[in-house]
Ligand binder design. Structure first.
Ligand code: HEC
Length: 146
């Protein structure tokens, strides 16, 4: 009985330690299934793109050129990852949340945390509104499907 108590005690220490010190502030709470798939941020419903709206994609391309290419190219990683295939790998809502809420994504989402280890630069909020972010996703989706 005593041994069991001791063992429990020993197990409890790292658990308490990790809970107490492992988190860097808020942020560390578990993500919901939705957030894991669609990202953390203002877009809290899945976005589905069935057919490309070419007008919207053209608007997104312009925004991409002016607001993203300082750090992203499509085919080669620079400060940030190459984005040619991002729409094949991530949900539209995930990409929108990344655009609209990059800092919290970095703090809380496992995919973004991993990217932030890989890329020393930091993606900052580019000040796009939701419709603009949606347009950029339309462009990235059109590009990825081509
Ligand atoms: C100041 C540099 C910078 C700018 C500007 C920037 N990004 Fe990023 N982006 C990064 C970095 C660095 C990462 C990876 C680490 C992180 O999140 O900070 C990243 C990650 C991403 C990811 C995640 C990729 C994946 O594989 O899931 C997406 C999507 C993305 N950026 C889209 C955009 C879009 C769209 C724009 C323009 C609206 C943009 N970024 C502007 C630096 C930038």
């Amino acid at each position: 009985m005593k041994l069991l108590g001791l063992l429990l005690f020993l197990f409890a220490i790292p658990v308490l330690f990790l809970n107490g010190c492992g988190s860097d502030g808020e942020g560390e709470n578990e993500l919901s299934e939705f957030e894991l798939k669609h990202g953390v941020g203002p877009v809290d419903e899945p976005i589905e793109i069935i057919e490309i709206n070419t007008e919207l994609a053209a608007k997104g391309e312009q925004l991409f050129e002016t607001r993203c290419t300082a750090c992203h190219q499509l085919e080669v990683p620079i400060t940030g990852p190459a984005l040619a295939n991002v729409a094949n790998n991530r949900e539209p809502a995930f990409i929108m949340n990344y655009i609209l809420n990059p800092l919290e994504m970095r703090q809380r989402h496992p995919v973004a945390k991993e990217l932030s280890q890989e890329y020393p630069g930091v993606m900052t909020d580019q000040g796009l509104d939701r419709e603009q972010a949606r347009a950029v996703v339309e462009f990235l989706t059109a590009y990825a499907r081509d």
